[in-house]
Design a protein around this ligand. Structure first.
Ligand code: KIV
Length: 262
C-alpha cells in the first residue's frame, strides 16, 4: 500500500501511531521503506549526517534535490516528504512555491516540510498549499533558527507554550497536512495533539504525539553526536569500524583474498 497524506489523517483518527524516519540516499531509503516505515523525510539534517556541515544552514536546494531524487528511487510504499532548506522559502510565498514545486517536479517526493510559524510562515504555507503542494509544518525547536534559539527545548514557559500551540493551530488552518513538533515538553505535545485534527509527529515531544520521527543516523548509531531525546537501536559506527579493521588486517597479512583469483 502506498502511503498518502489522507492516510496519515485516517491513522490519527484510528489512533494508529505513525512511524517516520529520515533518509539521505537510495540505500538507506530502500532499507527503511522495505522495513515498513510509513513516512520518509529527506530532512535537511542530511547536511550534518551526509555532508559534514556543523548545522543545517549551509544546505542548498540543489543538494536537497540531489539527495531527495536518490531517496525517491529507493522507495516503493512510504510517503516521501522533503525539507525545504534555509533561504529557499523564507523570502516570499513565490520563492516557497517555486522551491516546493521544484522538489515535487524534479524528485518525485510527494510533500515538503517548512519550519516556523507566525506570522510569515502561516501565509507562505497557505500559498504553497493553494498551489496544490502538500506541506508538513514544523514548530517548537526549528534548527534553521539555531542562532536565535540554540538547540534548547522550546515552550517551557506558559507564554512560549501558548505561542507554539497557536502557531500549530494557525498552520493547520493554513492547510498543513501534518505537524512536526520538535523538542517541546511532553504535556505541550499532548495539548497540540489533542487540539489538531491533523497528525502530530514528535521528536523530543513526548509519547502522546500521533507519530514519532528519528534521524536514521541516530537510530543506527552512525552519528558523531546526537540530541538527548534520540535513541539508538544499533551501533553501526562500531560495526563499520570493526569490519574495516578486520579487512585491513586481512589485506596486510595476505589472508584476503582467501582463494586464488581466476
Ligand atoms: O531535518 C530533519 O531531519 C528534521 C528532524 C527534526 C526529523 O527535520
Amino acid at each position: 500500500m502506498v502511503v498518502t497524506t489522507q492516510q496519515l489523517i485516517q491513522w490519527k483518527q484510528q489512533g494508529r501511531p505513525i512511524v517516520v524516519l529520515t533518509a539521505w540516499d537510495y540505500a538507506i531509503a530502500q532499507l527503511i521503506d522495505a522495513a515498513g516505515v510509513d513516512v520518509i523525510l529527506v530532512g535537511d539534517s542530511l547536511g550534518m549526517v551526509a555532508l559534514g556541515y556543523q548545522t543545517t544552514l549551509p544546505v542548498t536546494l540543489d543538494e536537497i534535490l540531489h539527495h531527495a531524487s536518490s531517496v525517491r528511487r529507493g522507495v516503493k510504499q512510504a510517503l516521501v516528504v522533503c525539507d525545504l532548506p534555509f533561504l529557499s522559502y523564507q523570502e516570499s510565498p513565490q520563492q516557497a512555491i517555486h522551491s516546493a514545486g521544484r522538489v515535487l517536479k524534479e524528485t518525485g517526493a510527494q510533500a515538503v516540510k517548512m519550519e516556523g510559524g507566525y506570522p510569515a510562515m502561516v501565509e507562505t504555507i497557505a500559498r504553497v498549499v493553494q498551489a496544490g503542494i502538500p506541506v508538513m509544518g514544523h514548530v517548537g525547536l526549528t534548527p534553521q533558527s539555531v542562532h536565535q534559539l540554540g538547540y534548547r527545548q522550546q515552550g517551557k514557559t506558559p507564554e512560549t507554550a501558548e505561542k507554539i500551540l497557536q502557531e500549530a493551530i494557525a498552520l493547520e488552518q493554513a492547510g498543513a497536512f501534518a505537524m512536526l513538533l520538535e523538542h517541546i515538553p511532553s504535556d505541550l505535545g499532548l495539548q497540540i495533539t489533542q487540539k489538531l485534527s491533523i497528525p502530530t509527529i514528535g521528536i523530543g515531544a513526548g509519547v502522546h504525539c500521533d507519530g514519532q520521527v528519528l534521524v536514521t543516523a541516530d537510530l543506527l548509531g552512525l552519528s558523531e553526536r546526537q540530541p538527548p531525546f534520540a535513541k539508538s537501536y544499533a551501533n553501526l559506527r562500531e560495526t563499520i569500524t570493526q569490519a574495516v579493521q578486520n579487512y585491513g588486517s586481512e589485506v596486510r597479512s595476505r589472508q584476503f583474498p582467501d582463494s586464488p583469483q581466476p
